[in-house]
Design a protein around this ligand. Structure first.
Ligand code: NDP
Length: 411
C-alpha cells in the first residue's frame, strides 16, 4: 500500500532526510517536506527532483502550533511524521501525532527555549498517550543520540554478557575554513557545549549517580582511526539518560566530543561578553536574546556543505565481560564531509544525522520496528538497523581490542 511521509524541518538535516527518503521511495511513497519557511522546502524539493527524479510536495507549517500540525497531518494523511525541526518543537509535534493517530520520530530530545536543559522527562511522560492512540514514537534516531544507542545495543547483543563501561566518542575533524561556525543549528549546538558536563557512575553501594563537571573541565586525548589523536572533552549528552536504563550491568557511561583550540577560545570570549545568554536583554528599546542574535550572525550550517573537508568519526568504546572473560571493543563509523556533500549536498554532520532518521522511519514503515508507546533506539533489535547503516551510506567497523587496551593517548 502506498505510504504518505511527512518531514518537518527544512534545515541541514531535513535536506538529507528528504534526499534519502526520495532514494528509498518504494518505502516512503508520497513525501511532503514542510517547514516554517516555504522557500527552503521548495529549494530542497527542486534539488531532490534534479538529482533523483522524485517529486515531493512542500508545505508551510508553524510546528509550534498543534492545530496547524493536525491540519497538515490530516490533509496529507501521513503514515509517519519525521521531526527534524528544532528540539523546541518535539512536544507540539508529538501531541499532533497522538491527536491524529500517526507514528512519530525525532533526532533530539525536547528542550524548552528558556532553559538550557534537555531531558526525556516530558517525552517519556507521553508514553500513555501513544499507547492509547495505538501508535509509536521513536526518540533520538540521529547519530548521537541514535546510532550510538544502536552500537551499544549491538555490543550488548553480540559481544557481552554485561557491559561495564561505555565511552561515547564523537570526533568531527571537518574544516570549513571559517574562524568560528557550528555544524548544526548554532543555538542548539552552543547551548549543548557551554552547559556543565555530566557523566553517570555507580558508587561503591551500586547506586547510579550523575556527577557534574564544569564545562570542558575533563579532557582526554583519544586516537581516532583515520583521523588521529584529538583533544576530547567530557560533555553531557542525552543518549546517556536512556542507556543507563537499558544497558545491563553498566557501571559508568561518559560522552566525549572533540573541539579545536580556536573553537574553544571563540566560545570562551563569546561567553565572557554575554553572547551565549538565553535570557532577553534590552537593546535600544528592543528585546533581544543574545544567543539568538549570535545565531543570526554565524554562518548558516547548511552553507558549510560545499566548503567542509575532512572526516567525522563517532563510536563507542565498551568494556565488559563475555563468558567470564574481560572484553574490550570499539565500534565506530567514519564519514567524509566531501563525499556526503557530493551525494546529497550536505556536510557530514547533517548527513550522519539525516541517514539514521530515514533508516528509523524506514524500519517503522516496513513494520520491522513496531510498538505502541514511546521508545528509545536501544529498545529495538539493533541488527536490521546496523544492516541498513551499511547499505545506506554509513558503514561501520567493530575493533576487538586487548581486554586492557585503550585508545586513549597518555602524555
Ligand atoms: P537547522 O537549524 O538547520 O534546521 C531547522 C529547521 O527547522 C529549519 O528549516 C527551521 O525553519 C525549522 N523550524 C524551526 N522552527 C520551526 C517551527 N516553529 N515550525 C516549522 N519549522 C521550524 O537545524 P539542523 O537541520 O541542523 O538540525 C535539525 C535537528 O536535528 C535539530 O533538532 C538538531 O538538534 C538535530 N540534530 C541531531 C543530531 C543527532 O546526531 N542526533 C545531530 C545534529 C542535529 P527556518 O528555515 O525557517 O529557520
Amino acid at each position: 500500500m502506498n505510504k504518505n511521509t511527512l518531514i518537518i524541518g527544512a534545515g541541514g538535516v531535513g535536506n538529507v532526510v528528504a534526499f534519502k527518503c526520495a532514494m528509498n521511495i518504494d518505502t516512503f511513497g508520497s513525501i511532503t517536506l514542510a517547514s516554517r519557511t516555504l522557500s527552503k522546502c521548495d529549494s530542497i524539493a527542486s534539488n531532490v527532483k534534479d538529482r533523483t527524479g522524485v517529486q515531493m510536495q512542500t508545505a508551510k507549517v508553524d510546528a509550534d502550533s498543534v492545530s496547524e500540525l493536525v491540519e497538515l497531518i490530516s490533509y496529507i494523511q501521513a503514515d509517519i511524521v519525521i521531526n527534524v525541526a528544532l528540539p523546541y518543537q518535539d512536544l507540539t509535534i508529538m501531541d499532533a501525532c497522538t491527536q491524529t493517530g500517526v507514528d512519530y520520530l525525532d533526532t533530539a530530545n525536547y528542550e524548552h527555549p528558556d532553559t538550557a536543559k534537555f531531558e526525556y522527562k516530558e517525552q517519556w511522560e507521553r508514553d500513555g498517550q501513544f499507547k492509547d492512540a495505538d501508535i509509536m514514537a521513536l526518540l533520538g534516531s540521529g547519530f548521537d543520540p541514535g546510532v550510538t544507542n544502536i552500537f551499544c545495543a549491538y555490543a550488548q547483543k553480540h559481544y557481552f554478557d554485561e557491559i561495564h563501561t561505555i565511552d561515547i566518542l564523537d570526533c568531527n575533524d571537518g574544516d570549513h575554513g571559517y574562524p568560528f561556525a557550528t555544524n548544526f543549528n548554532p543555538e542548539i549546538n552552543l547551548r549543548e557545549v557551554s552547559a556543565k558536563g555530566r557523566y553517570w557512575e555507580k558508587d561503591h553501594n551500586g547506586q547510579g549517580q550523575w556527577i557534574e563537571t564544569e564545562p570542558m573541565e575533563i579532557k582526554h586525548i583519544w586516537d581516532y582511526p583515520e583521523v588521529g589523536a584529538k583533544d576530547s572533552y567530557l560533555l553531557y549528552h542525552e543518549e546517556m539518560e536512556s542507556l543507563v536504563k537499558h544497558i545491563k550491568g553498566l557501571k559508568r557511561i561518559r560522552f566525549f566530543m572533540t573541539f579545536g583550540q580556536s573553537y574553544l577560545t571563540h566560545m570562551k570570549c563569546l561567553e565572557n561578553v554575554g553572547m551565549l545568554g538565553i535570557k532577553e536583554v534590552e537593546h535600544k528599546g528592543q528585546k533581544i536574546v543574545p544567543m539568538e542574535f549570535l545565531a543570526t550572525l554565524l554562518p548558516d550550517p547548511a552553507s558549510l556543505g560545499p566548503r567542509t573537508k575532512g572526516k567525522t568519526n563517532i563510536g563507542i568504546f565498551a568494556k565488559g565481560i563475555k563468558d567470564g572473560k574481560a572484553r574490550t571493543i570499539y565500534i565506530h563509523q567514519i564519514s567524509d564531509h566531501e563525499k556526503c556533500y557530493a551525494e546529497v549536498m550536505s556536510q557530514g554532520v547533517s548527513y550522519t544525522t539525516g541517514v539514521p532518521a530515514m533508516i528509523g522511519a524506514k524500519l517503522m514503515l516496513e513494520g520491522i520496528w513496531q510498538g505502541q508507546g514511546v521508545y528509545n533506539m536501544e529498545e529495538f533489535d539493533p541488527d536490521p538497523f546496523m544492516e541498513e547503516l551499511n547499505s545506506q551510506g554509513l558503514p561501520w567497523k567493530v575493533m576487538e581490542l586487548g581486554a586492557d587496551e585503550s585508545r586513549e593517548v597518555k602524555l
